[in-house]
Design a protein around this ligand. Sequence first.
Ligand code: HH2
Length: 311
Amino acid sequence: MPASPSASEPLPMRAVGPRPRPKVMGIVNLTPDSFSDGGRHLAPDAALAQARRLAAEGAEILDLGAESTRPGAAPVAAETEIERLVPLVRALAADGGVQVSVDTMKPQVARAAVAAGATIWNDVTALRLAPESLDTAAELGCEVVLMHMQGQPATMQAEPHYDDVVAEVAEFLAARAEAAMAAGVAREKIWLDPGIGFGKHSLRHNLPLLAGLDRIVALGFPVLLGASRKRFIGALDHNAPVDQRLGGSIAAALAGAAAGMAAVRVHDVRETVQALAVWDAIANAGPGGTSQVRRGANPAIASPCPPSAES
Ligand code: HH2
């Protein structure tokens, strides 16, 4: 049996240093029927107030969506998406301080949003919906999120099947990144996303995928993780409803941070920012860490606390 290191011996070097803290992408759904917050922020004033609240809570990116992707959601015409999104994109771009992302499958909607100031096109179809999607992304020159989905939103949860979910998702994402670059999208503009809950069985597929995120990271692109309030959390907790999945959402965000996610897409920004700040401070306080608290990474949370009577 190999001898265990004594307390005085230096611990073996870690293969990688502390991971950088992922950015927090706050979700703003301008939809009547999103799975977790549908209808709450449909009115333009309510949506803008919600977006500004998430920015004040520490979101560095805001992801605005005007069509739900949940199975059974009503399709939304491009004109309606544009009408819902553009005024909000314009107002947030004028505010400054956050990156605006638009969650749409339609190239004409992405075009209108980028013209209004969005800098990220988040496409759950990985630029496969329309024949012109790839060329449009290249022409717009914005960042693009290429997400994995098996099947179509309406039917994707009917009977998802994989022999090796991590390998198949990684292979798909690598191929979509190649297709985007072949169409002229710059390599540094590409993000990948494993698409938690999109054509995946709650536990049989989502859990191995979350455990295998490092294999998606190894493809060499920034990776976005969207696990917030999703069904697998309820499946692990007596079918907890969407508004009672905060603990599981934070656990998934921290697992993502440990695996090297560049950003996490969440509904509960304040709580996630705090969890990541604590995770990051602990990671950086150990051997090889730079300081006890890495200051300045997120102004919403990074100021040192004044002395207090609390332990
Ligand atoms: N999840 C949802 C929507 N868009 N985009 C990316 N890149 N990754 C995700 O995991 C992802 C996504 C579903 O969440 P939500 O927006 O809250 O619901 P809905 O699609 O019903 O509006």
